[in-house]
Design a protein around this ligand. Structure first.
Ligand code: TXA
Ligand code: MG
Length: 347
């Protein structure tokens, strides 16, 4: 298939191009588009045949449900069975934005979207390109992250081109996405209120509105069985093996240098995922800066990009620094723990 690649600027949106993209979706085709979190692979969420093509393009297991994207609150009502009181407060505060909410589904939502579950995941993205595309397509857009299944989510147009060229009708390159990690997934389909996937809207943010909120234990525990189907797969996986180092910053640097010395002797090509604060403290290896510990949002922004860079440089093994497990650090560590497949050295 010929994939049309178009560039659209966030600040100066070409509505004609977006109308063309909207038409492709209306006709059952697939368009990759930027959101404020990561790029999505979008199709008409109410058209089963179109949704099947998403699973095919990604190589995604069919037991992993998709998020439906809406551009206004009115679009929510027909998709869900009920909206708990609590959800209104959360929506008021965090939509549009990087937060997905799980509701009990209505009969309008096809089973292929929910992988047979009786709940549905809904998100109202903040990105102007995403919002306009949803409006133009005149439907709710089903969109998983626009990566091949198992690869890190795309945060730049180039990443999408790498994974999806020739497989879908159109790719909208809207530059870098911003947050860099997928949305927080919050389950409000029962009374419990559980975070199934951590993201930029943090546990601490949500606790202010939902004092009894819980985090699914698998979020930072590789061994535990996750409640969200998507969390059980080896995700965000670099091609090379990754080892994650946790603990105090000086201990981490010391330990990584120890490993570098050993792997150098073995003749391995080693990548180090460092931070601004530690970047000058490594004795060898190919060192990349994820961002600053003082501003963890910068780490979120660069994380998947750096993993993809290492992939393209044929690194044998990646040694990654861990960061503190709070605020957005929880989401970053969740992705690093998954990327490392649980190979964690506590220093
Ligand atoms: O930021 C994002 O959320 C991006 C952009 C494109 O919006 N999308 C995204 O989609 O990350 P995806 O498909 O890669 O991740 C969706 C996650 C999966 O972990 C999936 O298992 C979970 O949401 N999910 C979807 N529906 C669910 C449901 N009914 N119950 C529990 N988990 C669900
Ligand atoms: Mg994904």
């Amino acid at each position: 298939m010929d994939t049309k690649v178009v560039k659209i600027h966030k600040e100066n949106i070409d509505l004609e191009l977006l109308a063309e993209a909207g038409d492709i979706i209306k006709k059952g085709g697939i368009v990759a588009f930027p959101t404020e979190t990561v790029y999505g692979l979008g199709a008409d969420g109410l058209n089963e045949e179109a949704v099947k093509k998403i699973y095919k393009a990604k190589g995604r297991p069919s037991d992993n449900p998709l998020i439906l994207h809406i551009s206004s609150i009115e679009e929510l009502y027909p998709l869900v069975k009920e909206i708990p009181e609590l959800a209104y407060e959360v929506i008021e505060k965090f939509w549009p934005g990087p937060l997905t909410i799980i509701f009990k589904k209505s009969s309008l939502v096809p089973h292929i979207i929910t992988a047979g579950l009786d709940s549905v995941a809904i998100r109202m993205p903040r990105s102007a390109i995403a919002q306009e595309l949803i409006r133009m397509s005149g439907t709710t857009i089903a969109a998983p992250s626009a990566n091949l299944s198992g690869r890190p989510s795309p945060t730049r147009g180039d990443h999408v081109i790498e994974d999806m060229i020739g497989k879908i009708e159109m790719i909208i390159d809207g530059g870098r996405t911003g947050v860099g990690l997928e949305s927080t997934v919050l389950d409000l389909s029962d009374d419990k209120a559980t975070i199934l996937r951590p993201g930029a809207i943090t546990f601490e943010d949500l606790k202010e509105i939902i004092p009894h909120i819980k985090q699914d234990i698998s979020i930072t525990n590789q061994g535990a069985t996750p409640k969200s189907p998507g969390q059980k797969y080896r995700h965000y996986a670099p091609k090379s093996e990754m080892i994650l180092f946790t603990g105090g910053i000086n201990n981490i640097v010391y330990k990584i240098n120890e490993y570098l010395e050993k792997f150098d002797k073995d003749g391995l090509k080693v990548g180090v995922m460092a931070t601004k604060e530690t970047i000058n403290r490594y004795n060898s290896g190919i060192i990349k800066e994820m961002g600053s510990r003082a501003e963890e949002e910068s780490i979120a922004e660069n994380l998947f990009d750096i993993i993809r860079e290492f992939d393209n440089e044929d690194i044998d093994i990646i040694l990654a620094e861990g960061i503190d497990l709070d605020n957005i650090g929880t989401a970053i560590m969740n992705r690093l723990i998954k990327a490392s497949g649980g190979r964690i050295i506590e220093t």
